[in-house]
Design a protein around this ligand. Structure first.
Ligand code: MLT
Ligand code: ZN
Length: 457
């Protein structure tokens, strides 16, 4: 590619989005080029910040004509390297797409731009007496578009399902600049291929999501959270079974372990939650229209799995108990650059997996530190390995093979990205991967959108 051609594309992009929104300077590009964990980094040719769907489409057309690949970025909170450049792409940042339409209270739906943060969406929905069904710790930065692209999960999947279940329609730009618009949000609509659901979880490889029609859920203002000390993973699963049976308002069930608790306590300056340490800790949350505290206390009193428990229902208490779980990600990142694995196994395999993990990691590198936490109800564990040094790939390989041997998935909610693409065949058959490639080729024949993400090279 000649220098003149390079300049020509940048000039064209400036004409589309305005000169202030094409970042070529290294210092200006830098915040977009490294992911939140600092593990994935690459150099973009430039960063482009379109402000409308029309501008996104024009940017895509210009890049397609120049044969220059695109990497798409929302709030840059992804954990598998899918939103940062591998090298030489035009990075399209969607954070200027930030409009919210009024809540449609009759349908319990709202249409918002892809760059709207989860926190802003929640505030907007709650002001209208409704709520959004997905919640996660990165809510202040994670954007709707990125959450759809990765089919984000989070802490309320137990009650409302993952992001896919909240999306009633989409607007998206295809690799040739075509704009697909399907934002009516009809409850019943059997008129052919469901493009919305195809694009949810496609990690920016098939199209760029620019707007979404989202389902909203009832606002349940009365909450109770229990932090429960239990002996081990098996006891945590016994407690979960009792909670699911007895608590109709159960909205979250999370797990963490003593080494994670210690890290969080020293990072967030939190007191020990109990007088005696335990083998595992479970966070249960109930949400309803009336205070669920009594039902939670009753369930805890009848469960043999409970060693100790603390329950809160006021705002400060809820935040305090949740912080033992939610501060894990930040506390781990403050301790180093983790190798992050996000796996899911059938609940019947969870205890065996937790038991076998330390040995599997130590066999690769004995000095690594493994911190495990996650979403108990879905058998979804976040495995964070610190101090892997040059062994990150080997640790990943050993752990993901162990997960596959337990009939699990190599990515439960973070997506495949660049980080897990080489291991996709552990979770999907050769026939499935070949079919996915055919879909990719049909929608993006030149391979312009997020090359190297999801499908192995
Ligand atoms: C979480 O559940 O807290 C997120 O998936 C973030 C993480 O895995 O670090
Ligand atoms: Zn998670």
């Amino acid at each position: 590619m000649t220098e003149a051609f390079v300049t020509e594309l940048e000039d064209e992009l400036r004409a589309i989005v305005g000169p202030a929104h094409v970042l070529v300077d290294g210092d200006l590009r830098a915040p977009y080029e490294t992911d939140w964990t600092r593990r994935f980094t690459g150099s973009a040719r430039c960063v482009v910040r379109p402000g409308t769907t029309g501008e996104v489409a024009a940017v895509v057309r210009a890049c397609a004509a120049a044969g220059v690949p695109i990497v798409v970025q929302g709030g840059n909170t992804g954990l598998v390297g899918a939103g940062v450049p591998a090298g030489g792409e035009v990075l399209v940042s969607l954070t200027r797409l930030n409009r919210v339409e009024p809540v449609d209270a009759v349908e319990a739906q709202v249409t918002v731009d892809a760059g709207v943060t989860l926190e802003r969406l929640q505030t907007h929905a709650r002001a209208a007496g409704l709520d959004f069904g997905v919640d996660l710790a990165a809510r202040s930065s994670a954007t709707v578009g990125g959450m759809i692209a990765t089919n984000a999960g989070g802490i309320r999947v137990l009650r409302h399902g993952s992001m896919r279940a909240q999306v009633a329609g989409l607007e998206a730009v295809l690799a040739d600049g075509t704009v697909l618009t399907r934002l009516t949000g009809l409850a019943k609509d059997n008129t052919g291929y469901d493009m919305t659901q195809l694009l949810a979880g496609s990690e920016g490889t098939l199209a760029i999501v620019t707007r979404a029609r989202l389902r909203l859920v009832p606002l349940l203002p009365a909450r109770a959270v229990a932090l429960v000390a239990v002996a081990d993973t098996d006891a945590a699963l016994d407690l979960l079974a009792a909670a699911r049976e007895q608590l109709a308002t159960l909205s979250a069930a999370e797990i963490f372990y003593p080494d994670g608790l210690e890290l969080v306590r020293s990072y967030a300056k939190l007191p020990a939650p109990f007088g005696e340490p335990a083998g595992a800790y479970v966070v249960l949350e109930c949400a309803g229209r009336t205070d669920p505290t009594d039902a939670v206390l009753e369930m805890l009193a009848t469960s043999d799995a409970v060693i100790d428990a603390t329950v809160a229902s006021d705002r400060a208490g809820l935040d305090r108990l949740w912080s033992y779980r939610e501060a894990h990600t930040e506390a781990i990142s403050a301790a180093g650059v983790p190798t992050k694995l996000d796996v899911c196994v059938p609940l019947g395999e969870l205890s065996a997996l937790v038991t076998e993990l330390p040995g599997t990691v130590a066999a690769v590198t004995p000095t690594a530190r493994l911190i495990v936490f996650g979403h108990l109800n879905e058998g979804n564990l976040h495995l964070n390995v610190l101090d892997t040094g040059e062994h990150a790939e080997e640790v990943t390989d050993a752990v993901l093979r162990l997960v596959a041997a337990h009939r699990g998935s190599i990515s439960s909610e973070h997506g495949v990205g660049r980080a897990k693409a080489p291991w996709l065949q552990l979770s999907r058959t050769a026939e499935e991967i070949a079919a996915m490639r055919r879909i990719k080729t049909a929608l993006d024949p030149a391979g312009l959108l997020n090359p190297g993400v999801l499908l192995p090279a």
